[in-house]
Ligand binder design. Structure first.
Ligand SMILES: *Cc1c(COP(=O)(O)O)cnc(C)c1O
Length: 380
């Protein structure tokens, strides 16, 4: 059995250290915010090459509060992509603003920055590029467009802890960067967690207040805020895990490189990584037009896979009110129908990679000139 992710293996590798850190929080009764969260905010912001970090309860809340700090509200428009996890779009919706979509670049699965300018209207306030699967968006041209039109850029870096674009860390390039510490993310809490990182003291001040009932000091509520605080235990766990993140990322990259080379020259479209990025492979997604058959065949061999994501947000029932139709974002729609995420986690062994790649190659159509795979033709 090769699982899609293995959180247990990672926990066992750091068990004593994590348990001691949790015990420390219990001993000090610092259950929400507190010294571990404050230390983690500093350490994670520095890791992201940003000046400030504000810990919150989820990645969704990080996006929501970053938008509010940017002044986004009813009547405004925020540009993002439909090929993302629904939370990116929900966060826009929470503010009362309208999500406006642009399609993805089919090679990278991330925002087609060339499509952004045509989507800007007088109501546009912000852009949310999503560093999907752990690969940064082509940020330089996007930042240039944002500067030209006076728009705020909020990076959805929820899948991109430690990813780099031309040597700059994900989360540090726009006005604010948002991270999730959901357990399955590259840096995962033992519960929920999130953070906004930024170089702007004003955004920092506003988000610090908004996450804690809009209070400037206790019971002095200057903003209509929320209870979006990060728990003390999560801060302690994340501080321990941050020390290991680069090693884990290199293990992901090694597994991805192994998959790449095993499937090179085959008919399987493997992920394209831009030459100017450090892709952190939160997910390793191939494409296939026979996804369901492949997923079932792999599972029958004990190989778990995932689909991220089966429906682009503009076609989800929850966002039907936006009025988008099928066919409006063809690259997103095609990606949603073809992507298949292979097992990817730092503890994945070379032998497991080999087994997965061999199973995929056995399903794949032969490249032109090679003998036909008749077994598969029967299965689909
Ligand atoms: C996980 C994720 C989020 C939301 O993070 P939560 O911590 O689950 O709220 C937002 N955007 C993307 C791209 C994500 O992968």
């Amino acid at each position: 059995m090769i699982p899609f992710v293995d959180l247990k293996a990672q926990y066992l590798s750091i068990k004593d250290e994590v348990n001691a850190a949790i015990q420390g929080v219990l001993d000090r009764c610092e259950f929400t915010l507190g010294s571990e969260v404050a230390a983690f905010e500093k350490e994670f912001a520095a890791y992201c090459q940003a000046e400030h970090g504000i810990g919150v309860n989820t990645g969704t809340s990080a996006l929501h509060l970053a938008l509010l700090a940017a002044g986004v509200g009813p009547g405004d428009e925020v540009i993002t992509v439909p090929f993302t996890f629904v939370a990116t779009v929900s966060a826009i919706d929470y503010t009362g603003a309208r999500p406006v979509f642009v399609d993805i670049d089919p090679r990278t699965f991330t925002m087609d920055v060339n499509a952004v300018e045509a989507a800007i209207t007088p109501r546009t306030k912000a852009i949310i590029p999503v560093h999907l699967y752990g690969q940064p968006v082509d940020m330089d041209p996007l930042l240039e467009i944002a500067r030209k039109h006076g728009l705020i850029v909020i990076e959805d870096a929820c899948q991109a802890h430690g990813a780099e674009y031309k040597g700059r860390r994900a989360g540090s390039m726009g006005d604010m960067g948002c991270f999730s510490f959901y357990p399955g993310k590259n840096l995962g809490a033992y519960g929920e967690g999130g953070m906004v990182v930024t170089n702007h003291p004003e955004f920092t001040r506003t988000i610090r207040m908004l996450r804690d009932w809009g209070a400037e000091k206790k019971y002095h509520h200057v903003l209509k805020g929320y209870n979006f605080r990060l728990e003390g235990i999560q801060g302690a766990v994340l501080r321990v895990k941050l020390k290991y993140l680069d090693g884990w990322t290199e293990a992901r990259r090694a597994a991805a490189a192994r998959y790449d080379s095993l499937m090179a020259g085959s008919s399987v479209p493997t992920p394209f990584a831009r030459a100017d990025v450090r892709h952190v492979y939160h997910l390793y997604a191939i494409r296939t037009r026979h996804r369901q058959a492949w997923q079932e065949a792999l599972l029958a061999q004990g190989i778990q896979t995932g689909i991220h994501y089966p429906t682009p947000v503009h076609l989800l029932p929850a966002f039907a009110d936006l009025g988008y139709q099928p066919g409006q974002f063809p690259h997103s729609e095609q990606a949603a129908s073809e992507v298949l995420s292979l097992p990817m986690f730092p503890e994945l062994t070379a032998a497991q990679c080999d087994q997965v790649a061999q199973a995929v190659l056995a399903l794949a159509e032969p490249v032109a000139g090679a003998p036909a795979n008749t077994a598969l033709a029967g299965a689909i």
